[in-house]
Design a protein. Structure first.
Length: 318
């Protein structure tokens, strides 16, 4: 395995936003671009490479085939189709399951044994698909989960409280979607509970619910205004790659596997705070949830499991 070698499967807006972020940030020795549209991918390789004289470090960038996955440390999957108007999430999931299954089979044919990070939507389901099809240990496969939702939460809270987002410690948990939630009793500014700050400053508690609604609506608003979101998720994926490459043991809200009754769940990928290092997921940061929060997590998991039972498992096993 080549440390610092990252393969990106999918050179659309999300994938290339991640690639551009990594070019600016540094820390990656080799970046391989794979996409069904080989001409576009070659163009992306050229365009990125022309920025190397101004990048913080040397980086090999090339468009190639799946054989390059063999000795990669990380593969990031962003490929898949976007949700079309009038299309249900189940229909989107079925289409992307077929695409992601094929991609995963191609990755594994190369002999790959590193970490796979999934960003294709619906991300919790697609991470499950990659895990099942790849057969890799569960800690080596995780999804972007609610890492972007959490970044949006920190940004909006930063604006509300007029405090740097770097000093805001709060998480969005559950499905990357409308059924997500914020465990507010575990939200802090610096080392003080957000709930205590609201009380001390006589701020309406309803504002916390409004902040969460703003997070959920953010993606819809961006899509309405510019057709897609990609910079935020590109930065988020770049952050996840860095956590693995640098063996950071950082806590990030990713879509990770629950198997031993954590949060009352089994055999499901869902967004929870987890510790990320060079092996992928080292473990979970287990939080105590209120009854209401637990109900929300259970509902998130129920939605995902129902979609799996309807058709996703069948497509995986075909």
């Amino acid at each position: 395995m080549k440390n610092g070698k990252v393969v990106l499967v999918g050179t659309g807006f999300v994938g290339m936003s991640m690639a551009y972020s990594m070019l600016n940030r540094g820390g990656v020795e080799e970046l391989i671009l794979i996409d069904i549209d080989e001409e576009k991918t070659k163009g992306e390789e050229m365009d990125l490479s022309h920025g190397l004289p101004f990048a913080p470090q040397k980086m090999v960038i090339k468009s190639a085939g799946y054989e390059e996955c063999r000795d990669a440390q990380i593969v990031v999957i962003t490929a898949g189709v976007a949700q079309k108007p009038g299309q249900t999430r189940l229909e989107l999931a079925e289409t992307n399951t077929k695409i992601v299954k094929s991609i995963t089979q191609n990755i594994m044919k190369s002999g790959f044994n590193g970490v796979i990070i999934v960003a294709s939507n619906p991300v919790d389901l697609m991470t499950y698909v990659v895990s099942k099809v790849s057969g890799l240990p569960k800690n080596q496969v995780f999804g972007s989960g609610t890492v972007l939702d959490t970044a949006r939460l920190r940004y909006i809270m930063s604006d509300y409280f007029k405090i740097s987002s770097k000093n805001i410690h709060a998480y969005i948990m559950g499905e990357h979607g409308d059924s997500s939630f914020v465990p507010w009793q575990h939200a802090y500014i610096g080392c003080k509970k957000v709930i205590d700050i609201m009380k001390d400053e006589n701020l309406p508690m309803n504002d916390l619910e409004k902040i969460h609604k703003d997070v959920i609506n953010a993606a819809y608003e961006i899509i309405e205004k510019k057709k897609a979101t990609y910079y935020g998720i590109g930065m988020s994926l770049s952050r996840l790659v860095k956590a693995v490459l640098n063996n950071e043991n950082s806590i990030l809200t990713i879509s990770t596997y629950l198997k031993d009754g954590e949060y009352g769940q089994n055999d499901i990928y869902i967004g929870v705070p987890a510790i990320i290092n060079s092996n992928g997921v080292r473990g979970l940061l287990k939080l105590e949830l209120s009854t209401e929060e637990q109900d929300k997590l259970n509902y998130s998991c129920k939605i995902i499991k129902e979609m799996r039972e309807k058709s996703i498992d069948k497509i995986i096993n075909e």
